[in-house]
Design a binder for this molecule. Structure first.
Ligand SMILES: Nc1ncnc2c1ncn2[C@@H]1O[C@H](COP(=O)(O)OP(=O)(O)O)[C@@H](O)[C@H]1O
Ligand SMILES: [Mg+2]
Length: 255
């Protein structure tokens, strides 16, 4: 197995001496190719900060993050923006699709930027769209399709470039339960059929139960880790709930 992501003793502080928030407080872990890993924790525990540091949107206060062989904490901004386009796929809570482009054009843009030949763009989008069940909405604009379909278009955009790592921050956060389920089935397909490596942040136990491994974060630190192994999704869900209860705090925040 090859290591896709290695996070080494990272810290991210906000504010200054008198008023310091340790949003990420000495976190280390690694992710192997083909893993589907979840990051859970209550609101304010540091999940988004951690994800933003990995996705190169934010910079760490100290520590190192390796994606493949490259230490992204040592890269200059020009290299980073190229690296981001070529190696990472993003899926956000609010979809981030461009309103003036059709679903097809939104997905194609990710390939055009990478200078993929026009002849190849069609066939690559066709394969991914079929897997995600969005073939029939490709010619529609974002305002013409449902939230669930938008998120599957965003997922197609994230996977079509064959990134080494897909990063998702609360991808089901704006979806109803049926659309969430469909999206999570799609992620499972991307993971199993395209061998996509996925790192997903969520505070929702149902969403997390689709992952194969979960790291729990509390006050910027790793609190616990559980692995799905041979458990059914339901059994894994129950284990997640147990850890969430152990984590304490306001459960309504976590579930
Ligand atoms: N840009 C920022 N400036 C100051 N504090 C921040 C900033 N972003 C996040 N924080 C603080 O860092 C902590 C972790 O936030 P965040 O990573 O957004 O948590 P989560 O995604 O788990 O809800 C919180 O206490 C939050 O208030
Ligand atoms: Mg967050």
């Amino acid at each position: 197995m090859s290591t896709v992501l290695k996070v080494e003793n990272i810290e991210k502080y906000y504010g200054n001496k008198g008023n310091l928030t340790k949003a990420v407080d000495n976190i280390s872990f690694q992710v192997e190719k083909g893993e589907y890993i979840g990051i859970m924790g209550a609101s304010g525990s540091g999940k988004t900060t951690l994800l933003n540091c990995i996705s190169t949107i934010d910079t760490v206060t100290s520590g190192h993050i390796y994606i493949g062989e490259k230490d992204i904490t040592e890269m200059n901004s020009k290299k980073l923006s190229r690296f981001r386009r070529e190696e990472l796929g993003f899926i956000f809570q609010d979809f981030n699709l461009l309103d003036t482009l059709t679903a097809f054009e939104n997905i194609a843009l990710a390939l055009t930027i990478l200078k993929v030949p026009a002849g190849e763009i069609n066939s690559r989008i066709k394969v991914v769209a079929e897997r995600l069940g969005i073939t029939n909405v490709l010619n529609k604009y974002p305002y013409e399709i449902s939230g669930g379909e938008k998120q599957r278009v965003a997922s197609a955009r994230a996977i079509v470039t064959n990134p080494s790592l897909i990063l998702a921050d609360e991808p089901t956060g704006a979806l109803d339960s049926k659309s969430s389920r469909m999206l999570l089935e799609s992620f499972a397909k991307l993971n199993e059929e395209f061998h996509a490596t996925i790192l997903m942040v969520t505070h929702d136990a149902f969403t997390a139960s689709y992952c194969k491994r979960i790291l729990f974060i509390k006050d910027g630190k790793i609190f616990n880790e559980i692995i799905k192994g041979k458990d059914s999704r339901k059994e894994f869900f129950n284990k997640i709930i147990e850890v969430v209860t152990l984590l304490g705090g306001d459960n309504s925040n976590v579930l």
